[in-house]
Design a protein around this ligand. Structure first.
Ligand code: ADP
Ligand code: MG
Length: 238
């Protein structure tokens, strides 16, 4: 059981502050989407949760732990990137299990978790293939599988679908929703695509210029935008 909590979190690169004291509480098993125009601080916020970026001020909690000082591998969260680099010479089975092997898990545990992830993602028939023998969508599923096998407390996604064509993007959205339903876990998902945000989110966090402009359910934000910025970004009627 682990939610995520940001308290007055700031990020500065040198003298330039790009995230300005944001507060955000994400419940265990909640699917939260960070949305907003390019450069508003979505990736930086996600990377601070992941521990890939040091925070300049504030507190980041995962579950009941303050994780400000913890490196990514000790936070027990998985990040799925846009450029899913699979190992080209390894089959799907080994791609899925590699991280666990490095972490020192036994062959029996690795086999069990790989089978579980393959089952969840519909990859069981493809375990002996190498990435070159997979479609774009199948490769994306393997990338997600590598996150699932770690049994993380939370999944962080940074625009995971933006390299895919429109049809596949819609299909993968459904996959990600299914994943969230099957593996009860907390998700923080970054996108600049408002339709993606509306279809995936339990709650949407609209960011602008390093601030949180509005937090609410998709319907809430759509029907009651707090500003013309939110209204025009989400596409609410005037
Ligand atoms: P988003 O993901 O919403 O497009 P980012 O979080 O990547 O935005 O970036 C937020 C702001 O921080 C932008 O103005 C960007 O130029 C700046 N920024 C991001 N990374 C760095 C960095 N390593 N050094 C300096 N500025 C950065
Ligand atoms: Mg980004």
């Amino acid at each position: 059981m682990a939610g995520i909590k940001l308290e007055n979190v700031t990020k500065a690169y040198g003298k330039l502050e790009v995230v300005h004291g944001i507060d955000l509480e994400i419940a265990h098993n909640e699917f939260v989407v960070l949305v907003g125009p390019s450069g508003c601080g979505k990736s930086t916020t996600l990377r601070m949760i992941a521990g890939l970026e040091e925070i300049t001020g504030g507190v980041v909690r995962i579950g009941d732990r303050v994780v400000n000082e913890l490196p990514p591998r000790k936070r027990n969260i998985s990040m799925v990137f846009q450029n899913y680099a699979l190992y080209p010479h390894m089959n799907v089975r080994d791609n899925l299990g590699f991280g666990l092997k490095i972490a020192g898990h036994t062959a029996a545990v690795i086999e069990e978790r790989v089978a579980e992830a393959a089952d969840i993602l519909g990859l069981s028939e493809l375990l002996d293939r190498i990435p070159a023998e997979l479609s774009g969508g199948q490769r994306q599923r393997v990338a997600m599988g590598r996150a699932i096998v770690r049994h993380p407390d939370a999944f962080l996604f940074d625009e995971p679908l933006s390299n895919l064509d429109a049809k596949l993007r819609v299909q993968m959205r459904a996959e990600i929703k299914k994943l969230h339903a099957k593996v009860a876990t907390t998700v923080v998902y970054v996108t600049h695509d408002q339709v993606e945000a509306m279809t995936l989110a339990d709650r949407i966090v609209v960011m602008k210029d390093g601030y949180i402009e509005q937090i609410g359910t998709p319907m809430d934000v759509f029907n009651h935008p707090v500003s013309t910025f939110v209204a025009s970004f989400i596409g609410s009627p005037p």
